[in-house]
Design a protein around this ligand. Structure first.
Ligand code: FES
Length: 288
């Protein structure tokens, strides 16, 4: 399966590291450590003209602190806003978490390739996500829902360590209510209020056992979840060419210049972040 190559259409002219100014318009606390930011360009022309594809990412900068890459987690089919989600793990992500509505940050992008919609159309789709790994998947899931007639059966298996770690609960509720989607939510450990399924994502996927016939699987989550999910998909009959994933590995510049994001002979920022399992299977266990 070929992966779509998208040119970097919105690079600031001249200096490729020069960001555009974007404004934080809404903040949603997903979990104690994960926040979603709605944002848009300060410049009206960019606001009107900016386009991206599901799977692409941007470089977001907090002035005076630094810059970090995150996927654009909203769907390009929903033009009223752009979104990205951040897990608080370091200097830049902590600075982002301290921002309020109205704050201005820098944005470069969109960068990277995207999910190959032309090849997904007409297929059944299985989405497998863990934790904040649902962020890039939800861009594609909403994209597919907004073009529902072009796709077959949809299964979504999503999990987190605990009920408090489930991200995008408003999406989970919407997909649960959608009768055209088989939504399965699970947690590794329940609590006294949890009445849903308990079990690790790969195990639950094996129990759900979606058919591999005319189906593409799209996987994103913690590395350990990804590693254990691929063999399950293999057992279910998915070939490595019919399994997609999106990686975020040590990216810095986002444009193929710093050499920080290599996985085998591929650069995640330039050759990905969307890959087929066939492309990465030879080094997935040792490098990711
Ligand atoms: S992030 Fe710099 S080369 Fe990929």
């Amino acid at each position: 399966m070929a992966i779509t190559d998208i040119s970097h259409r919105f690079l600031a002219q001249g200096n490729v590291y020069l960001p555009h100014i974007v404004v934080i318009e809404k903040i949603i606390d997903e979990t104690p450590g994960v926040t979603t930011f709605h944002f848009n360009f300060k410049d009206e022309k960019l606001r009107a003209e900016f386009t991206f594809e599901s799977g692409q990412f941007g470089e977001y900068s907090v002035f005076g602190v630094g810059e970090a890459p995150f996927c654009i987690s909203s769907s390009p089919t929903r033009h009223d806003r752009l979104e990205f989600a951040v897990q608080r793990v370091g200097k830049v992500t902590n600075a982002l978490h301290r921002l309020g509505v109205g704050a201005e940050i820098g944005f470069r992008g969109p960068y990277g390739n995207s999910f190959p919609l032309d090849l997904l159309q007409g297929k059944n789709l299985v989405f497998v996500g863990g934790g904040i790994g649902l962020a890039p998947l939800r861009s594609l899931i909403w994209n597919v829902i907004d073009n529902r007639g072009k796709y077959g059966r949809i299964d979504i298996v999503y999990g987190a360590r605990s009920p408090a770690d489930l991200c995008f609960c408003y999406d989970l509720d919407a997909w649960e209510a959608d009768k055209t989607i088989n939504m399965v939510t699970t947690v590794d450990r329940g609590d006294e209020s949890w009445t849903g399924r308990v079990g690790l994502v790969p195990k639950v996927l094996e129990e759900v056992a979606p058919s591999a016939q005319d189906t593409v699987a799209v996987v994103c989550g913690p590395p350990i979840m990804i590693r254990f999910t691929f063999p399950v998909l293999g057992k279910l009959g998915f070939t490595p060419e019919r399994i997609l994933t999106t990686l975020e590995k040590r990216m810095k510049c986002g444009i193929g210049k710093c050499g920080r994001c290599n996985i085998g002979n591929l650069y995640v920022c330039r050759d990905g972040p969307v890959f087929t399992y066939a492309q990465i299977q030879s080094f997935i266990s040792s490098e990711y």
